[in-house]
Design a protein around this ligand. Sequence first.
Ligand code: SF4
Ligand code: SF4
Length: 214
Amino acid sequence: MKDYIFIKTDDAAISNIDKFKRLVRRTFKLELFKGLWIVLKEMISGKSHTLLYPLEKMQLSPRYRAVHKLMRFIESENERCIGCGLCEKICVSNCIAMETKLDENGRKRVVNYSINYGRCVYCGLCADVCPEIAIVHGGEYENASEQRAYFGFKEDLLTPKDKLCEQVEFPGYGSLREDADKFVKATPNAYINIDEISNEPEKKSEISKENKDV
Ligand code: SF4
Ligand code: SF4
């Protein structure tokens, strides 16, 4: 909290006259020169408050919602996406397009999957709704090009098989939480135990507490 600067709004100027009076008041209180002096001091001190992008890059939050990735299973190398279409339906910008077909075993395969990044608002709903955690927001945010049509196709999004060892379970939006195993495995058993021991109120409350902790 100590880094925030609170701005007083109760004396906000509304009419043009008020704004003019405020300008005169602020100028003659030398606030303008105070500001200029701070800028000059910072310039002379040589301290930089900006990064030398692209040589230097800011550390992103793990939950930063950058360009999407389609994930594969590490063991089998299969695509995680099952073509359920939930991401396409929930997309607020209507920018996901997918095409599926049934393979020789009657399983649905995703043939084409694309995201129009010109329309995407990076809301994260697609990653949130995906039941397979197949689509996540990765940390890559540099997607400049001469043509926006160059982006967002399945081959751009999906981890290539030869780079599978580099696929990171990105700890950001839409990805598994670190203690997912514990969470998923503990919950169903805990519910069963609660039903079985419904006549033992003390034990029941203990297990409920454990569930809450999980
Ligand atoms: S982040 Fe939001 S807008 Fe972008 S593709 Fe996903 S659901 Fe659509
Ligand atoms: S919600 Fe997930 S599994 Fe379903 S189509 Fe979208 S990416 Fe694939």
